[in-house]
Design a protein around this ligand. Sequence first.
Ligand SMILES: NC(=O)c1ccc[n+]([C@@H]2O[C@H](COP(=O)([O-])OP(=O)(O)OC[C@H]3O[C@@H](n4cnc5c(N)ncnc54)[C@H](OP(=O)(O)O)[C@@H]3O)[C@@H](O)[C@H]2O)c1
Length: 222
Amino acid sequence: MTVREAPSVDGLVIGILGGTGDQGRGLALRFARAGHPVIIGSRSEDRCKIAASQIGHGVQGLANRDAAREASVVIAAVPYEGHAELLSSLAPELVGKIVVDCVNPLGFDQNGAYPLPVPEGSAAEQAAMLLPDSRVVAAFHHVSAVLLLDPEVETIDLDVLVLGENRAATDLVQALAAQIPGMRGIYAGRLRNCGQVEALTANLVSINRRYKAHAGLRITDI
Ligand SMILES: NC(=O)c1ccc[n+]([C@@H]2O[C@H](COP(=O)([O-])OP(=O)(O)OC[C@H]3O[C@@H](n4cnc5c(N)ncnc54)[C@H](OP(=O)(O)O)[C@@H]3O)[C@@H](O)[C@H]2O)c1
C-alpha cells in the first residue's frame, strides 16, 4: 500500500461560522493552541469579539461573512436549523474554499436524541448542494465540545471520520484533525455516506447519558 504524505497545514487560517457556540469555541481553542490563526464568526459583532477574547490565543472575532472571506478553511458550526440559510448567503465568500461541515441534524425529546430527516440525505450533502463552487468535507461530528473547551484536557483520544468527494480536501482535513493531540483523521467515504455519520451522534448522546461520559470513536486495524 502506498502511504500518501499528509499535506502541510502550517499557517492555515481557520474560520468558524457560528464560532461563538460550544463546538465553535472548542475547535477554535484547539486550532489556535496548535498555532493556527483562527477567526470565529457570528451574526453579532459583539458576541464574536467577546467570545474571541475569552478564548484568547490570538483568536479573532468577525461577522460570519468576514470570517468566511478571510479564512482559507471554513468550518460550519451552526445548528442545523440555521445551516442552509447561512451557507447559501455566504456562497460567494466560500467559492474555491474547503468548507468543513460538522453539523448533526438531531432532535431531542423525553427519550433522548434522534436523527432528523434531511431532504438532501445529510447536512453535509445539503452544504455541497448549496456550495457547488466549494469543496465540502464532513468531519468533527463526534468530537465533544465539553472536552474541546476544557483547557485541562491535553489530549482528546478519538478518530475523526472525514468524508468528501475531493481527495486533496479530505487529506487536508485529516491533517487538520491530527493537529489536535490524540486525534486522527480517518477517511470514511463520500458524502452520500454522511447521513449515518451524523445520525450516529444520537447514539453517542445516549452513551454519554448512560455512562456519564464524553464518548468518541476509534477505528481499529488502521
Ligand atoms: N456541541 C457539541 O458537542 C457538538 C459536537 C459535534 C458537532 N456539533 C455540531 O456543531 C454545531 C454547533 O453546535 P453548538 O453546540 O456549538 O451549537 P449552538 O451553540 O447552538 O450554536 C452555535 C452558534 O451558531 C449560531 N447560530 C444559532 N442559531 C443560528 C441560526 N439560526 N443561523 C445562524 N447562526 C446561528 C450562534 O452564534 P451567533 O448567535 O453568535 O451567531 C451560536 O452561538 C451543531 O450543528 C452541532 O450539531 C456539536
